[in-house]
Design a protein around this ligand. Structure first.
Ligand code: ADP
Ligand code: MG
Length: 328
């Protein structure tokens, strides 16, 4: 088993004002049992690329060879391809249904025509494989944490016994602990001989997991390296196209010394349910400075931005803009 992409190009909205060449002449071979990392900046074409792997998207030109057969040939069994190459989307919500976890994971095998007992057996095995606790089997997947939802989405694909597992940015919205747990799960799956393709832009993860790494930039493959022959720095260099310094130690020293444009003091607000979502935030943004706000989803960063732009009101604290008190 192998997947081979030969000169794949993909154009969104061809012939219109929105025409966009998202993939340009991409050739790539994924041998059986390999763990392949695909990295690249946002918008470089990663999601577009992987949706070609199971036939969800059809290339504008080029060939995709799966197990020696061109999948674009007339009469090719796309249903077989879709079950053998399992795709887990970036946002697990898209793959979950409003039932309970176990029924959710049973959905795929049921679609494959298996009996209720067989479905449940495969679903339970898959949930166990991803380390999902049995006590939540009857819960709605929507009530789960980001990490648990991701597990259910992966189990839903694994329950169909795919030969290849493809994951689109699986760690993007997870907490550091959930990331470590997912990495352990993926290592476990790799040991069981699965071919795994993971998209990420986190270099540490790709270095920890992958056997080989493909770097994509503006729809083109700009690097194809074995993990053992590369480094985080080299990968970053390929992604950006120039040398980069992977250190933030001197960030303090580089703080902008121009006048203060925006200043928050003890900024606090509550959400619609009365929960305090931003608590006593104090910070300054200087003229010409770029302030990054980082945090795992659900920790108040979007509320903070709404507060800063006046879309939400504060319950406490003061805000100055260009020297003027603009609090609420
Ligand atoms: P990545 O997953 O690396 O962030 P994508 O594959 O999602 O990148 O997108 C690649 C490029 O194609 C981006 O420039 C994006 O804006 C564009 N694109 C994605 N989806 C569409 C679409 N439906 N129509 C037009 N352009 C799109
Ligand atoms: Mg993407």
């Amino acid at each position: 088993m192998s997947i081979k992409l030969e000169n794949i190009s993909y154009v969104y909205s061809p012939g219109t004002a929105y025409e966009h060449h998202a993939l340009k002449d991409v050739s790539l071979e994924i041998p059986q049992g390999q763990f392949v990392g695909i990295i690249g900046h946002t918008g470089s074409g990663k999601s577009t690329l992987i949706q070609h792997l199971n036939g969800l998207m059809k290339a504008t030109s080029g060939k995709l060879i799966y197990e020696g057969q061109n999948i674009y040939e007339d009469g090719y069994d796309m249903k077989k391809l879709r079950t053998q190459v399992g795709l887990v989307f970036q946002y697990p919500e898209y793959q979950l249904f409003e039932v309970d976890v176990l029924s959710d994971v049973c959905f795929g095998p049921k679609n494959q025509g298996l009996s209720k007992e067989e479905c449940e057996k495969q679903a339970r095995e898959a949930l166990e494989l991803v380390g999902f606790p049995e006590k939540y089997y009857k819960q709605s997947p929507f009530e789960l944490s980001g990490g648990q939802k991701r597990r259910v989405a992966i189990a839903g694909i694994l329950a169909m016994h795919p030969k290849v597992l493809v994951l689109d940015e699986p760690t993007a919205v997870l907490t550091p602990q959930e990331v470590d747990e997912l990495i352990a799960t993926l290592k476990n799956l790799k040991e069981q001989g699965k071919t795994i393709i993971v998209i990420t832009h986190k270099l540490r993860e790709v270095m920890e997991l992958a056997d080989s790494i493909t770097v994509i930039k503006q729809g083109k493959v700009v690097g194809n390296v074995l993990k053992k022959d590369t480094s985080e720095r080299e990968l970053a260099q390929m992604m950006v196209g120039r040398d980069v310094v992977l250190t933030v130690n001197n960030a303090r020293k580089q703080q902008v010394e121009s006048e203060i444009m925006y200043k928050a003091e003890n900024l606090t607000t509550v959400n619609d349910y009365g929960k305090e979502v931003v608590s006593d935030m104090s910070f300054e943004v200087h003229k010409g400075e770029i302030l990054g706000i980082a945090g795992v989803e659900g920790n108040g960063q979007s509320e903070l931005v709404k507060l800063m732009t006046g879309l939400m009101e504060s319950t406490r604290g003061t805000v100055f803009f260009d020297g003027e008190d603009i609090t609420n």
